[in-house]
Design a protein. Sequence first.
Length: 180
Amino acid sequence: MKAYNLIPKEVEFSFGTLSVLVLGEAGRGRRKMTYVPCEREFKDGEPVELVTSRAGKPKIVAGTDCSGGWIARISTEDGYRRGACGNVQALQPDLVRLIAEGYGAFGNAGRVGVGSWDDVLLIVQPGAVLRVKPTRGAAYFLYFSDSQVIRLSAEEAALYEEVAIPVDQESYHLIPEVEN
């Protein structure tokens, strides 16, 4: 698989420091923060592999094979806007699989203006189109080809000739929950 937006942080745990993707945030009014161990920062398109840790959780390591799609981290956090709810939707949900998810919210209590955002780790097959709606600003589209991820605004998506990308929100579906 290929990497997309895999930029981990060093987090201090009781047993030591670990390089992890931090999905979402912890605290009052937030539903979920998830740590996904990630060996190091990967450049977009670099080969990666999704393995299972000793605890049975997903872990990202360097790979050698670029086939099998993309491992992508998508965060919709983009600044506070009252009532804004950032989310990620898929045009073809059968080409997208949710690996891990986090959730963030604005304010000290996590309930300010009901603003929230999604932070997800996905396996995305070539040909998939995601609609990403950040908490602030217009929605944009991510088209995953065999060799690259193309980010398009609504205007660009309407003109893009590689694949028909509908810009209406009704064409997109929520990504199915993680199967445990």
